[in-house]
Design a protein around this ligand. Structure first.
Ligand code: SF4
Ligand code: SF4
Length: 222
């Protein structure tokens, strides 16, 4: 899931002042931002109170089921068209993908209410960790299912670095070094030790990413 954190409130306020907005509609997200505790109903209502305390009128709010889903978001914005029409601007409590989806669906200026920080594993309730940067050239087949480029703070494909001490990471001292873990697991699995990995092909991570499974289902024809 996409992990978000609250954005500096003064910055959001300044965004609204810059476009001379007096009234605001707030949109949250029922998926990742709800699970992350940043953009669900509770946080949307907290944002509403804050905006009102700062002198803005809140014309309405909604928590879209999946705010990055174009169809769902345009349905949600149509459902709230009256409240949206009355607003000078929209603040979205979702990841950047959701903010852009809302911006495509409404005529007003749309501002992010959160910072998008990483693709996160839910380690346990309320605890998230970054384990994949979606590089497009996965090496987990060679590294016993442990991502070196994401979980090593230096992003080293091959390691350990010279700062590793007693199996612990030089940067995150309370954690085992990623490359020690990789080596250990490969040996436990009877796969020998870690082999030197060639440089990753970052051309496989082209931006913006785009996948069209409808096309492939139809044998290449859209
Ligand atoms: S190598 Fe790491 S960053 Fe790349 S896809 Fe695999 S898990 Fe993700
Ligand atoms: S000690 Fe290991 S995990 Fe930490 S920065 Fe060095 S190579 Fe990366």
């Amino acid at each position: 899931m996409i992990i978000t954190r609250p954005r500096d409130w003064a910055r959001i306020k300044q965004n609204l002042v810059d476009v001379d907005a007096k009234s605001v509609f707030i949109m949250g997200c029922g998926q990742c931002a709800t699970v992350a505790g940043t953009g669900g109903e509770k946080e949307v209502l907290q944002a509403k109170t804050k905006l009102e305390q700062d002198g803005f009128a809140v014309t309405g709010w909604a928590v879209g089921e999946v705010t990055c889903h174009s169809g769902g978001t345009s349905l949600e914005t149509r459902k709230h068209s009256g409240d949206l029409d009355a607003a000078d601007a929209v603040v979205v409590l979702s990841c950047g993908a959701g903010v852009q989806t809302v911006a495509d669906s409404v005529r007003q200026p749309v501002f992010p209410g959160l910072e998008s920080v990483f693709l996160g594993n839910v380690v346990r309730h309320g605890v998230f960790e970054e384990r994949c940067q979606m590089c497009g050239d996965c090496v987990l087949d060679k590294t016993a299912g442990i991502c070196p480029v994401t979980t090593c703070p230096k992003g080293l494909l091959n390691g350990p670095c010279g700062g590793m001490w007693d199996g612990k990471c030089e940067v995150l001292r309370d954690r085992d070094c990623t490359h020690v873990r990789i080596q250990r697991r490969l040996i436990e699995q009877g796969r020998g030790g870690a082999k030197l990995l060639p440089p990753k092909d970052y051309s496989k991570k082209l931006k913006p990413g785009s996948v069209n499974i409808r096309k492939s289902r139809k044998g290449g024809a859209e």
